[in-house]
Design a binder for this molecule. Sequence first.
Ligand code: V47
Length: 349
Amino acid sequence: MEWKKRDIGKIKWKKRDIEGLFNLNVHELGETANSLNTKLATFVVNRHINYTDVCISKCPLCAFHNDNGYLMSVKEVVRKAKEAVNAGATELHIVGGHNPEVNLEYFEEMFSAIKAKFQVVVKALTATEVHFLSKIEKCSVKEVLSRLKAAGLDAMPGGGAEILDDRIRRIICPNKATSDEWLAVMRTAHKMGIRSNATMLFGHVEDVKHRARHLYRLWKLQEETGGFLAFIPLVFHPENTELKRRGLVKEKTSPVDVLKTIAVSRIVLHNFASVRAYWVMLGEKLAQIALNYGANDVDGTLMEERVTHAAGAKTPLYMPEDKLMSIIKGAGKIPAERDTFYNILQVIP
Ligand code: V47
C-alpha cells in the first residue's frame, strides 16, 4: 500500500473499498495504520461504575444482565466516585442496562451530586440507554439529553453500537435500539455539544461486510458532526452468553483478525482522534502489539470492570497507571496521560 498520511485524510470512503481493506495483508495494513499515529500513546485515569445489571433487553451477546440483579443507590454511586477521585481519576464511566426501575430523575440526582462534590468528567449512558430512557419517560431524545447535560453529563461512552446492521442486531441484540436509532442519538448528542465515543463489537456472527458497513456509517456521521472522540473495537467474549449456548459462536476471534480490524479502523476512521487498544478485551500483550497496528490509546485504570469479565475475560479487573505506562513503553511509544477529550495532561518520557 503506497498511501501517504495526507492522501488517506482525503479519502471519501465507499463500503466496498472498506470491505476490500480486510483482504490485505495484516502487516501492510498495520504499517500504514501505524504511520497515521504519532509516537505518543495515551491512557486515562478512570473508573467504571455499573449502576445496575438488570436489563430487560437481555441481549444474546451479553453475559452481564441479571434478572435478580442490583440497582445502586445514588449514595452508593457517589461513594464509588469519591474513591475514584481520591485515587486520581479524571473520568467516571457510568453505564448499566435497560432497567425499568430507573428514570431521568435518578440520573439527574446522580450527576448533580457528583458534580457538586468533585471535579471529574462524567462520561455516562450509552446511546441505547438514552434511547431507552426516552421511551420510559415518553419524551424526545433531545429532552433526555438536555436534562442530563444540565445535571452534569459531560460526554457519552460508545457502547451499544455492536454492529450497525439490523440483520446482525436481530440475532445479537434484538430488543434494543436499532442501528438508525443508535446513530440518531449520537447525532442529536453531538449537535447539542455532547461528545461521544463509538464502539464496534466484532468476532461473533458478523462478517467483514458488516464490519465495513459499520465503519462506513461511523465515518459518515463523523464527517457530518465531528462529535466522535475515540473508536473502540470490542472483541466478542462468548462465555456465559446466549450466542454461545445456541452454538452460534464457539470461541474468541484470532489475534490476527483483531490486529487487522484495528488497522482497518485506524485507516478508515482517519476523522477520529483515536483508535483504542482496550486492554480488558485484548489482554496486555495483544494491546501492546496493537499499539503498532493503528491503536494510539490503551483506555484506562478502570478500577472495576464487570461486563467483559462476566463473559469470561481473564484480564485483571484493575490496571495501575505504571502498568499502563509499561505496556505503552514496551510498544516503543511514549506514554501520555489524557483526559476524556484527548487533552494531554502529562507526557511521561
Ligand atoms: O456495549 C457486551 C460490549 C460494551 C460483551 O466509550 C461485550 O470509552 C465482549 O462500550 N463480549 C460495553 N463485549 C463496553 C463499552 C466501552 C468500554 C470501554 C470504553 C468505552 C468508551 C466503552 O461491551 C457493550 C457491548 O458492546 N459487550 N457483552 C461480550 N460478551
